[in-house]
Write a new protein. Structure first.
Length: 251
């Protein structure tokens, strides 16, 4: 078959992963403090990377700055030096470099979501992302909603565990979703499929079982939701603060 990893299943370390770090009402998401908090608690993390105008890799989720920095424009409209002037949610925190976050995480597991810029087929970010990924001293893997980015890693760095982020298309039935997932995985052949835990469907379950991919659920919040997700997914990326569940990273 032309789908993920038949006979070569590779897995993420057991345990919970903090979505954008262990952030809270006073610690901004994707900040160095959020990642330091996750590391202190022994959690892995899931984070987002994208390019600045001067081609530096920073950790920031949104394409636009307004929600987190109250500034107009895209991350890619500014150099890193310019971005350093902007506060995250009115705190002393600033948008961090990917390299600084990796330093903070030490050797704890990192799931790195690579963002798309300038068109779905643009993979210019991938070589720099790979350089950072291969320099990390702990477990690290990549994921993306963009199958062309996942495909780039399949072709150029097959030794890196890769994941295909997915969400259920609007107005799609089980057969429609399964066909869509089928087409995406022809390109990316991922080791794991990451899916909104609330939207988990028969189509997603069939995809993971048939394609031999590990399942990752995102993003439950709080103990009850996390425990529910742990019953349905191989790994879980949880949202905001500690869920008080005894399922930290086993190294």
């Amino acid at each position: 078959m032309i789908f993920p990893r038949a006979g070569r299943k590779r897995t993420l370390p057991e345990g919970l992963y903090a979505h954008r770090g262990l952030y809270s009402d006073i610690i901004p998401e994707n900040s160095l403090s959020a990642f330091e908090a996750a590391a202190r608690e022994g959690y892995g993390v899931e984070l987002d990377i994208q390019y600045t105008k001067d081609m530096r890799l920073v950790v920031f989720h949104d394409e636009y700055l307004e929600r987190m920095c109250r500034v107009k424009g895209k991350v890619s409209d500014y150099t890193y030096e310019q971005l350093e002037r902007f506060s995250l949610n009115g705190t002393a925190e600033r948008i961090p470099l990917f390299s600084d976050v990796l330093r903070v995480m030490g050797s704890l597991p990192v799931i790195c979501e690579i963002k798309t810029q300038n068109g779905i087929k643009n993979t210019d970010i991938c070589p720099s992302a790979l350089q950072h990924i291969t320099s990390y001293g702990g477990f690290i893997c990549m994921e993306s909603f963009n199958p062309y980015i996942v495909r780039w890693f399949r072709l150029n760095a097959p030794y890196i565990i890769r994941g295909q982020l997915s969400c259920k298309p609007e107005k799609a039935d089980i057969n429609g979703f399964f066909l869509w997932q089928y087409m995406v995985n022809i390109l990316s052949r991922p080791d794991f499929l990451a899916f909104d835990y609330k939207q988990s469907s028969l189509g997603f379950i069939l995809a993971t079982k048939l394609f031999g991919a590990q399942s990752v659920g995102y993003t439950p919040k709080g103990k009850t939701e996390v425990e529910k997700a742990l019953n349905s997914f191989d790994r879980v990326i949880f949202e905001q603060d500690t869920p008080k569940v005894k399922n930290k990273i086993n190294l």
